[in-house]
Design a protein around this ligand. Structure first.
Ligand code: ZN
Length: 139
């Protein structure tokens, strides 16, 4: 049993920006030399999430639209009243969706479906430089 840790840095545009990071995660697995185990992908920060989704034009509109219905930006948030940073909706969305994902990998490959991409979502209300941690546990 061994572990391998790596970071992915990404510049985002904020406002529900969705970035396909599948290839970057696969690259980390391939460089680790490990063959099987679990891969945890974790967003450092309380306004971002890691999801899987079919990364195509329709869903890239549907997902932000659904988030707008679940935690709309225009309503009152105590967080905003307290900190005046306007991102109460960002925190609520990130907490509901969650900061991380764990995916098994077998024979050096993630066990993803063909139409299932690992995607980082930046819920914050401004562009940000983000750090995503990838931790492999296995052999
Ligand atoms: Zn805030």
């Amino acid at each position: 049993m061994t572990t391998h840790h790596a970071k992915i840095q990404i510049q985002t545009r904020g406002d529900c920006d969705m970035i396909d990071i599948t290839e970057r995660v696969e690259d980390i697995i391939s460089k680790s030399g490990m063959s099987s185990g679990v891969c945890t992908v974790f967003c450092q920060g309380s306004t971002g999430s890691i999801i899987t989704i079919e990364y195509e034009e329709g869903l890239l509109k549907d997902f932000p639209d659904a988030m707008e219905r679940i935690a709309p930006r225009g309503t009152t948030y105590e967080h905003h009243l307290r900190w005046h940073d306007g991102n109460g909706h960002s925190h609520i969305r990130a907490s509901i969706i969650g900061p991380s994902l764990t995916i098994p990998f077998v024979n050096g490959e993630l066990t993803l479906g063909t139409w299932q991409q690992v995607t980082f979502v930046d819920f914050d209300n401004k562009p940000r430089m983000r750090t995503i941690h990838v931790m492999l546990v296995g052999e």
